[in-house]
Ligand binder design. Structure first.
Ligand code: 8X3
Length: 257
């Protein structure tokens, strides 16, 4: 048995990448999982894997949600209660991403990055904190980034957004210090997922160059860290955890062979 058995984790961006791996590892640890993402078919596939990993004692729900839909996020908890969930122990704000490597880029890309990575993370944090306060227990885990630790060429908007995620998460941690709610930021460096394909607008060759000549982190590496953060005893709060590939020392410091 683990401390996660019988608990419930809500994961955004659960249809792939870090979100998918995190959902699977939570289920394996005996934790009920609520998977949120836009793509229903991909989400259903992940839900199936979670059910296989978790077995019959683990409840798995795949629910379509665009984190940028403010009304849908407001309705989320009542709808999850209707679906049979009564408590929410962990929220993993994982949905997010970068679009474009050019300087700044189009306003639509700026808005998308601000909304997906930041405003929706704030709204989801707020909605779940209000619910967690009723039971005076819970854990918000926000996915930050190396891009929230340093600024780099081609990352102006994304780095700004991820710096804001770090500041928001740290403020929230301080605001909730007298409650039973823990707040953590997990901030990875290079993780090989669909992240760079989206960042390079579908250019798979450009994306794969990011991870060439060294061993990047995998989605499962970060999922292990997220589950580890959640597994700490209640009096231990991992405020922030910055995880890099061994061959990476910074955004532009990579030992490629
Ligand atoms: C993604 C990682 O280092 O490309 O958050 O900003 S990085």
């Amino acid at each position: 048995t683990t401390r996660l058995q019988g608990k419930t984790a809500v994961i955004t961006g659960a249809s792939g990448g870090i979100g998918e791996s995190t959902a699977i590892l939570f289920a394996r640890a005996g934790c009920n999982v609520i998977l949120l993402a836009r793509r229903k078919e991909a989400l259903d596939q992940v839900a199936k894997k979670c059910q296989e990993e978790g077995g019959k004692d683990v409840k798995v729900l795949a629910k379509t949600l665009d984190v940028n839909d403010r009304d849908a996020v407001e309705r989320l908890i009542p709808e999850l209660k209707e679906a049979g969930f009564s408590s929410f122990d962990i929220l993993v704000n994982n949905a997010g991403g970068a679009i474009g490597k050019e300087q700044v880029g189009a306003m639509s890309d700026i808005d998308f990055m601000l909304s997906t990575n930041l405003a929706s993370l704030m709204q989801l944090s707020n909605v779940f904190v209000n619910e967690m306060k009723k039971a005076d227990t819970g854990h918000i885990i926000n996915i930050g980034s190396l891009a929230g630790r340093e600024a780099y060429v081609g990352g102006s908007v994304y780095c700004a957004v991820k710096h804001a995620v770090k500041a928001f998460t740290n403020s929230l941690m301080k605001e909730l210090v007298a409650t039973g709610i823990r707040v953590s930021e997990v901030a990875p460096g290079f993780v090989e997922t669909n992240f760079s394909v989206i960042r390079f607008r579908g250019d798979a060759d450009a994306a794969s160059k990011v991870y060439e000549g060294f061993t990047p982190l995998t989605a499962e590496d970060i999922a292990e860290e997220i589950v580890w953060v959640a597994l700490r005893p209640p009096h231990v709060q991992i405020a922030e955890l910055h995880v890099l590939p061994s061959a990476q020392g910074g955004a532009t410091i990579i030992a490629r062979k």
